[in-house]
Design a protein around this ligand. Structure first.
Ligand code: TXA
Ligand code: MG
Length: 358
């Protein structure tokens, strides 16, 4: 069904009160091996029955995803965790009470029921309970745990609307449930509990300070800030790939002083434009007017002092540059605090090493 060219159906669902018969049909499709894209509170996911190796293999084909990058298993309640994980450290229940349903993914040992297609052959499995009525209803209707990466083509910005999913995956999946835009806009925080202490493998919707209220000090994997130790194997396989990238190369400008960041961008933009290149600028509301009237394609991604607003617009803004047809994107960074840590991680990954510190 999801193999070569199928017609992808898009069904609009009311996020507040998802239509029961529609969700039931999507749940059956999932359980029986189909691929269904669905909204979560973070980004859209591409779901398959996590207990069905063939169905899960279809996810990798549809996305063009490297086979060693494992998937997150979505369940509808912490109560079912016991069914699938045989070693649950007590701290899991404290985290679940505070953060589930919500944007926190836990990496745990003892998920032997899941096929290697889900775990990437690791001896751990990543699990979360999403906080979205459509996602929860779908998992319940499927009656199985649902493996779901973000529903983008591998390497592309994650989808925050059904239209983004169709841009990347139309013809490759059976169905997308359209529940409107994802609210948060960045993926879940991936927290590794399989080792000696908790380690953030990917910053996301659950912020470090909040995790530390429950856990005490939480380490951040060096790969998160692009400081992977040369030759070492990243603990989260996803961290080694360039990711979240729009089609044009993106250069990230980082610095404490927004005025200097803007000046650095303006200088480079001027040079590039003089070379005949179409320049895109990824900016925030206070600095955006500085780029006006010069022929640049400026996309305003929220307010730098409100990282939630930037997260919510991040991926849609990156995708907009594709439609604007720019040759290069110069992007302003924000402070990596709170949700800003997730935003900066994604921008650094999208930049793939092209970072200018001003
Ligand atoms: O918000 C989200 O987490 C979204 C929605 C759909 O739930 N999902 C998502 O999945 O972002 P994906 O596949 O795009 O990212 C999963 C990340 C990858 O970086 C992967 O390497 C990591 O989780 N991961 C999965 N299983 C792991 C494991 N057993 N050990 C370490 N990292 C793991
Ligand atoms: Mg992803």
């Amino acid at each position: 069904m999801e193999m070569a060219d199928c017609k992808t159906r898009r069904l609009v669902v009311d996020s507040g009160r998802p239509d029961a018969s529609l969700i039931r049909a999507a749940g059956v499709a999932l359980r029986e091996g189909g691929l269904v894209a669905f909204p979560t509170e973070t980004v859209y996911g591409l779901g398959a029955n996590a207990l069905d190796a063939r169905a899960v293999a279809g996810i990798y084909r549809a996305k063009g995803r490297p086979a060693d990058n494992p998937l997150i298993v979505h369940i509808d309640s912490p109560r079912v965790l016991n069914r699938y994980i045989d070693q649950i450290p007590p701290v899991v229940w404290r985290l679940a009470a505070r953060f589930w349903p919500g944007p926190l993914t836990l990496v745990l040992r003892g998920g032997g029921v899941f096929p290697p297609e889900v775990t990437g052959g690791l001896d751990t499995v990543a699990v979360r309970v999403p906080a979205h009525p459509v996602a929860l209803a779908l998992i319940r209707a499927a009656g199985v745990p649902v493996a779901a990466p973000s529903a983008n083509a591998s390497g592309r910005p994650s989808p925050t609307t059904a239209a983004h999913v169709l841009d990347d995956l139309a013809g490759r999946i059976a169905l997308v449930l359209d529940g409107g835009p994802s609210g948060l806009g960045v993926e879940s925080t991936v927290l590794d509990l399989s080792g000696d202490g908790p380690v953030i493998l990917r910053p996301g919707g659950a912020i470090r300070q909040d995790l530390e209220e429950v856990l005490g000090p939480v380490e951040v994997d060096p790969a998160v800030n692009g400081n992977a130790v040369a030759g070492s194997r990243p603990r989260s396989p996803g961290m080694k790939y360039t990711h979240y990238a729009p089609r044009a190369p993106l250069v990230l400008f980082e610095g404490h002083d927004p005025g200097r960041v803007a000046a650095g961008i303006l200088a480079d933009a001027g040079r590039l434009a003089a070379d005949g290149r179409r320049v895109g600028i990824f900016a925030y509301s206070e600095t955006a007017p500085l780029y006006d009237g010069k022929g640049y394609s400026v996309v305003v991604a929220g307010n730098r002092h409100e990282p939630d607003s930037v997260a919510a617009l991040l991926y849609a803004s990156l995708r907009r540059f594709d439609r604007l047809g720019v040759d290069v994107i110069l992007a302003e960074g924000i402070a990596p605090d709170g949700l800003g840590m997730a935003v900066m991680n994604r921008l650094r990954r999208a930049a793939g090493g092209r970072v200018v510190t001003v």
